[in-house]
Design a protein around this ligand. Structure first.
Ligand SMILES: [Zn+2]
Length: 380
């Protein structure tokens, strides 16, 4: 069963409970039962709003380009205020009036509350199990709410049973129910206002997202990870460093990360990944050397390639072929960052190849190898 169906089931159960509790409250005149009826009604209203907003949250308008997904949160805030008013009203009534319970219908009323209590317990059990299976913190949180609903029903059963034995304590039980309603309302308001203010998603979800991103070998580091939650959706904004140097490869990695996150956490609505190339701590500098051990005037006149990395002594290569494209390809395979050469290559394919691999051509002032290198390193 998906989130939509759970919302529908919750609406049905709560509406049914509310209806039978209202009947019981009218029959017995019990204020605690009336409070519970109002409570169940507000629970079903909240579920209806959640259901409608799931249906309509995809609708976009040019003035609301992100969609109207926060309507659910606004709806819940309205219900929260309504619950507070209901709680205060019940509390006031409990203080002002002496409640006498009509004994005639007591057995029916107790039966109603037992049915309601069992429904809440059953629903809570299945919600919690499904919430764990679907990995939905919302459903798990809702299962705890349903458990407090069961507690409310239990209080009313106590009140009615006491009345049966001649103890008229309904006003005190009504007061406890009013307190329960107030407690629910304040929790609801606190949570919903958090969503409106872009509260971070829960720790577990953030940790899961972090692990998914780091499961990619090319990801070196997560520099920033912002995860916010609203309207039951998750929005991710992250900055990572990636080993790959060229743009296309980095882009493909970012795409793959996004796909995996959405696949594993379906509530994720959007993922923004900003990626930066990883600096592995040292530039790889290649020097094209001519037959007199000076800087080669061009790619074509290079006899040797000397590779310097992170202050380490040069690795020397003597390429077999001296075409500009071949030299460019060798430099690309060696992951060179900067190549020192008297001039840029003339061949446009060689130029393109260097560009695609992010290799920068440095035309030095000096034709001495070490002076040329220091022209670069003093600027780094
Ligand atoms: Zn409730």
């Amino acid at each position: 069963m998906n989130k939509e169906n759970w919302a529908l089931l919750s609406v049905t159960v709560n509406l049914f409970q509310s209806a039978i509790k209202f009947v019981g409250a009218i029959l017995t005149g019990s204020l605690s039962m009336l409070g519970e009826a109002i409570h169940s009604l507000s629970d079903s209203t909240a579920s209806i709003i959640a259901y409608i907003s799931i249906k309509f949250s995809e609708k976009k308008h040019h003035r609301f380009p992100y969609g109207l997904y926060k309507l659910e949160n606004i709806g819940a805030i309205v219900i929260g205020f309504f619950l507070i008013i209901a709680g205060v009203e019940i509390g006031k009534k409990a203080f002002e009036e002496r409640i006498v319970i009509n004994k005639e219908h007591l057995p029916v009323a107790i039966l109603i509350m037992v049915v309601s209590l069992s429904l809440s317990l059953t629903l809570s059990f299945f919600e919690r199990r499904a919430g764990k299976r679907l990995n939905s913190p919302t459903l798990v949180a809702d299962s705890y709410h349903t458990l407090t609903d069961a507690f409310g029903s239990f209080l009313v059963i106590l009140s009615l049973s006491a009345s049966h034995f001649g103890y008229e304590y309904d006003r005190y039980f009504a007061l406890a129910i009013a307190g329960l309603i107030g407690f629910t309302a304040i929790n609801m308001l606190r949570e919903q206002i958090g969503f409106i203010l872009d509260i971070s998603a829960d720790k577990e979800t953030v940790e899961r997202i972090r692990n998914i991103i780091l499961s990619f070998d090319d990801v070196v580091e997560i520099k920033r990870l912002l995860v916010r939650e609203a309207g039951g959706r998750i929005f991710i904004d992250t900055t990572i460093t990636i080993k790959a140097k060229d743009f296309i490869k980095s882009h493909n990695i970012a795409d793959a990360i996004e796909r995996k996150i959405v696949e594993e956490i379906p509530q994720v609505h959007s993922v923004f990944i900003h990626y930066e190339p990883h600096d592995d701590g040292g530039l790889r500098i290649a020097v094209l050397v001519d037959d007199k051990d000076g800087i080669a005037e061009s790619f074509g006149s290079a006899k040797k390639i000397m590779i310097f990395k992170g202050g380490e002594g040069p690795e020397v290569l003597e390429p077999n072929s001296r075409g500009e494209i071949e030299i460019a390809k060798i430099l690309g395979n060696l992951n060179v960052d900067i190549v020192i050469s008297g001039h840029h290559p003339r061949d446009s394919r060689a130029k393109w190849y260097l560009h695609r691999n992010g290799i920068f051509v440095w035309e030095p002032e000096s034709r001495n190898i070490y002076e040329a290198i220091s022209e670069i390193t003093k600027n780094v």
